[in-house]
Ligand binder design. Sequence first.
Ligand code: GLN
Length: 477
Amino acid sequence: MRTQDFIQKIKSNEIDIVEHTHKAIEECKKLNKEYNYFNAISEELAIKQANDIKKQLKQDKNSLKNKKLLGVAVSAKDAICVKGIESTAGSRILKGYKPLFDATVIKKAVEQGAIIIGKTAQDEFGFGSFNVNVGLGFEIPKNPFDKTRACGGSSGGAAGITQKASFPHIALGESTGGSIAAPASFCGVFGLTPTYGRVSRHGLIDYGNSLDKIGTLGKNAYDAALLLEAIAGFDNNESTTINEPINNYTDSINKKRNNIRIGVIKETFRDIDGKVEKNARNGIEKLKENGAKIEEVSLSLPVKYGLAAYYILATSEASTNLAKYCGMRYGMSEELKGNFNEYFSKVRSEHLGTEVKRRIILGTFARMSGYRDAYYIKAAKVRAKIIQEYKRLFKKYDALVSPTMPILPPKFSEIEKLSPLQNYMMDIMTVSPNLAGLPHLNVPVGFEEKLPVGMMLTADHLEEGKLLQIGSLFDEE
Ligand code: GLN
């Protein structure tokens, strides 16, 4: 059932919201046993929210008529704080941490009638592209099309449940360098990363503050647009949010638009799996059939230096952000013994995973005095150049196109063989729009060997509406 029809049926009492929510939660529990999409299922909270809506429908139906998400199940990536629900960002060091407040996006979604069903699996603190870098004691989510393969990461659980849920559901994900696009591509769903600052990060457990963006994953472009409409906007609690009006993103879905100009980034078609290339080219063909004007463009600097700049900036920011997990304020602690450094090291050695440690060391090194100019500052300059290159192209094009990932969803046994550097290289397409804070959208364009392939559309700052409009050409009829 389409989400918009479901909402109508909730409003008209054709569907009992409480019964429906019970069923949805049961389905999540069952799926979780098989696929590990959730770190926590918030059953009590969801049923309470459903009961509140039911009561309100009885008392004053009219007061709910404008609720954009009435009764719709929304899941949140584990890094997004939900009051009273364990929120760990996928790390053992935050085990037992139950936030005292809701992230702004949760508050806004609930105000629109959403039902929060749980916290989805992710790479520890978002550090990964396959969701295999989970924290100690966490389970790895499995691809909805083949359980021996990865969901993609780091918002892997979000993409997996979006593909699998039989009930109307939209996911809140988060992207620092591609964590919405990558799993959306591997799981065959729409994944929208908005412009940096379009959506509040208040209540998001940070990875890299200058890069983090909360976005949406849906079975179609409409769903992704609907949730974005609910959560976007200025927030007094978050100084980087943009104070610009929010568009009615759902209005742009399936609206015809003439003279769309698309730039195909030629460098992103080099050295990729031929099956991915074939499907991405089919996607471009579809744009052409719908009247878009297609041209090849070059984006050499971002493709060549994006990864290097990204991994320096992202790990630098992450290494300072993680310093607060010292066993004193949140989550795990140990017996108070020795001086602070000894205690701090013990807690972190014990409870952080290997990839987290690697990134703390990398990031700390990159911003150390003596190395700072050569790495951190240099990377920041490259970032500025990358933004300029994009801006130049957006004078001429409505959107840029590339494959989302260079490969098909890989088997877990294949990922084990990759070195950390080979792992980072998988983000070749996704890091640059993230560095530039540009909105980008994964659209499913086809299947190969029964596995989904995604194509990525990138637009200029605050052009989410345009992006969704073009993306909706790929909605199934
Ligand atoms: N794969 C990238 C990384 O590991 C992006 C992750 C993200 O966007 N959270 O940094």
